[in-house]
Design a binder for this molecule. Structure first.
Ligand code: PNW
Length: 496
């Protein structure tokens, strides 16, 4: 073989292999959320959250009539969670703090000793194993006492949240360097008030959702500014929020405009106020809702405006972009009387669109889940185009199955295909700094109860100790982390 051939072959092989490897500083993690895993719902001085109340008032809203009362019992079994996180070789573990466990009255006049100890132990346990704690302040479990005062529809919620954030930063900020203020306002505002399918189960279509959206943006900004002024100088951490995004694609070229408007609706609503120079709602969305509200005979838009002062206060309150990705949709203009299509969609009522999926996208084990790995890369490119070259941390991505077995090759496939898209996005020049698998262990999947499973580890929910068993996907993910490459064995072995 002549030298030129050798060089060409080496170059091609190098490019292919290189393209399958993650950059050396890329971080891998898994995520959970307090209500989904902790259990111990009424232990010690913990007060009820909106989910504790919701599953009692509306057991019929949960497919298997279950609750998170015990869940994975992580409140008692947290050492096992740390152990398996360490077995996987995780760089970080993302979990959330239950506001009602740490501050039972919802206000900073009560800080629970038990709550403090639980999160201190968990954080220290992770650090001892060399795993970085990534902490979410709010993953949907508002204190019921604050819900009784209006919850996310009351503008005061941003002060309640800010007070809570200050307590959390002051207790754990010395050891936690990456913070997520809010998980998916799209879901806990838009979906909740437009469908009442999650706690608190209040239906207020086109009104409650927008109040919540605005208050969530202000709450996030207050928390970020508190961190920035009072904690960043000594702790030097990073704070952002996590947005859940369905990649939206147009069916035909003529639907491109409405598709872009839909993206602004779904992503822009929770990003434009924070991540753009001008701040505030995406102008196109503000206009649509104002016009609709006027036609409806209202004196003001249902979307509460930001004052200039509020715009300035909210914009720029980020250190990275937190992004949760699961699925995609095709957007078409709705025909007369046509419904929005497969749940969920932000502000469905104000956009006359119909969402579908491509026939080749396989359905996973929950109503809204169709598999489209390419959507992840396209969404990452769109985020860069819209908000600039900012660091993006993928804070969730994972697969739902009904089958709880351990040889979960379909989940392995999902991870492989999505990690491949992350690599391609990095090649495209998007600054993706890390990836989080949802989720470490099977857990309470909100209105699906325990029917759909997302875990790398299977949980035996019949076992009082909630035994954790690694699935093939856990072996695969551990190998990916170890080799920093996606081309690894996906067989079930007894290594973990
Ligand atoms: C996220 N969608 O919710 C949440 O952050 C997790 O608590 C949850 O368990 C996980 O994803 C799986 O559901 C989502 O409609 C809710 O595309 C809805 C969607 C995606 C994620």
């Amino acid at each position: 073989m002549c030298w030129l051939q050798t060089v060409v072959i080496c170059f091609v092989v190098g490019a292919v292999v290189g393209g399958r490897d993650f950059p050396p500083n890329f971080k891998f993690g898994t995520a959970t959320a307090a209500y989904q895993v902790e259990g111990a719902w009424n232990i010690s001085d913990k007060s009820p959250s909106i989910w504790d109340s919701y599953v009692r008032r509306h057991p019929e809203k949960i497919k298997d009539m279950s609750s998170g009362d015990v869940a994975c019992d992580s409140y008692n079994q947290w050492k096992k969670d740390v152990e398996i996180a360490s077995d996987l070789g995780l760089d970080f573990y993302r979990f959330s703090i239950a506001w009602t466990r740490l501050m039972p009255s919802g206000f900073p006049n009560t800080v629970s000793e038990d709550g403090k100890k639980f999160y201190n132990d968990l954080i220290d346990g992770l650090l001892e194993k060399g795993i970085e704690p990534v902490v979410t302040l709010y993953h949907w479990d508002l204190p019921q006492s604050l819900q009784d005062l209006g919850g996310w529809a009351n503008p005061l919620v941003s002060d309640w949240f800010a007070d809570y954030a200050r307590v959390v930063f002051s207790l754990f900020g010395d050891r936690v360097k990456t913070w997520i203020t809010l998980n998916e306002p799209l879901i806990f505002c838009e979906i909740v008030y437009n469908t009442a399918l999650h706690a608190p189960g209040i239906l207020s279509v086109g009104v409650g959702n927008y109040l919540c959206n605005k208050h969530a943006m202000i709450a996030h900004a207050k928390a970020w500014r508190i961190y920035d002024e009072e904690f960043r100088p000594k702790y030097k951490g990073k704070v952002s929020l996590s947005n859940q995004i369905l990649w939206l694609e147009s069916e035909t070229e003529s639907d491109e405009e409405i598709t872009e408007i839909s993206r602004q609706f779904m992503v822009g609503m929770f990003s434009h106020p924070i991540f753009t120079k001008e701040g505030g709602w995406p102008p196109v969305i503000e206009k649509i809702i104002a016009e609709k509200s006027k036609k409806e005979g209202l004196s003001k838009s249902r979307l509460p405006p930001f004052t200039q002062e509020e715009k300035d206060f909210v914009k720029g309150t980020f250190d990275f972009y937190g992004f949760n990705y699961y699925t995609s949709r095709i957007v078409k203009k709705a025909k007369e009387g046509e419904r929005i299509g497969p749940w969920p969609f932000a502000g469905a009522s104000d956009l006359d669109i119909h969402l579908t999926v491509r026939p080749e996208w396989k359905h996973a084990a929950t109503s809204w889940f169709y598999i489209c790995p390419e959507g992840l890369r396209r969404q990452l490119a769109w985020l860069k185009e819209q908000y600039g070259d900012i660091e993006i941390l993928i804070t969730e991505n994972g697969y739902a199955s009904y089958d709880g077995g351990v040889d979960d090759q379909d989940r392995v496939q999902y991870y492989k295909e999505h990690l491949e898209q992350v690599l391609l996005a990095i090649e495209d020049g998007v600054n993706v700094s890390g990836y989080t698998a949802w989720t470490l262990i099977d857990n309470f999947e909100w209105s699906d109860g325990y029917r759909s499973k997302f875990g790398l580890y299977q949980i035996d929910f019949e076992d009082p100790l909630r035994k954790r068993t690694p699935r093939a996907s856990a072996h695969y993910y551990a190998s990916v982390i170890k080799s920093r490459s996606i081309d690894v064995d996906n067989k079930l072995t007894d290594e973990l």
